[in-house]
Design a protein around this ligand. Structure first.
Ligand code: ZN
Length: 146
């Protein structure tokens, strides 16, 4: 959350001025608020078995590493792990998004999308390595696997 530097009022993500005292919000604070809004995603970690998470972190990380996603999809017992399936789902969407970005990379927007995909990949790997089942920003809402 961003706060007004004058009165301490909590600021909405897109606020240009403090709703309480009217002090102008500077660019850095606006960016900070927007980043926090985007990166605040649903966290399902407590719905997973801690033992499952502990045993399958590495497989969950593989879900974000391009073609290596085939390992957690195909290899038992990883493919039966709910924690791994959560990350495989995110990894698959990211894989498809990266593929489309690659096709579009002849134009500027494709390069931007590739950078976004790369950042999401890093976030996904960090989440998996920390044993968290958090949705990725932007693409996290989509589900391919049940
Ligand atoms: Zn204020």
């Amino acid at each position: 959350m961003a706060f007004c530097k004058n009165c301490g009022q909590e600021l909405p993500a897109d606020a240009k001025a403090c709703p309480n005292c009217g002090t102008a919000v500077d660019g850095a604070e606006q960016v900070k608020a927007t980043v926090e809004k985007v990166s605040k995603t649903a966290d399902y970690t407590n719905q997973f078995d801690p033992q499952d998470i502990q045993d399958n972190k590495l497989m969950a990380i593989l879900a974000y590493l391009g073609w290596l996603i085939l390992i957690p999809i195909l290899v038992t017992p990883a493919k039966d792990s709910p924690f791994v399936r959560f990350h495989v789902n995110q990894g698959l969407i990211l894989f498809i998004a990266s593929f489309i970005s690659g096709l579009l990379s002849v134009v500027c927007i494709g390069v931007i999308l590739e950078i976004i995909c790369f950042v999401l990949m890093i976030i996904g790997i960090v989440n998996a390595a920390n044993g968290q089942a958090k949705e990725l920003p932007i693409i996290g809402k989509f589900r391919i696997l049940k």
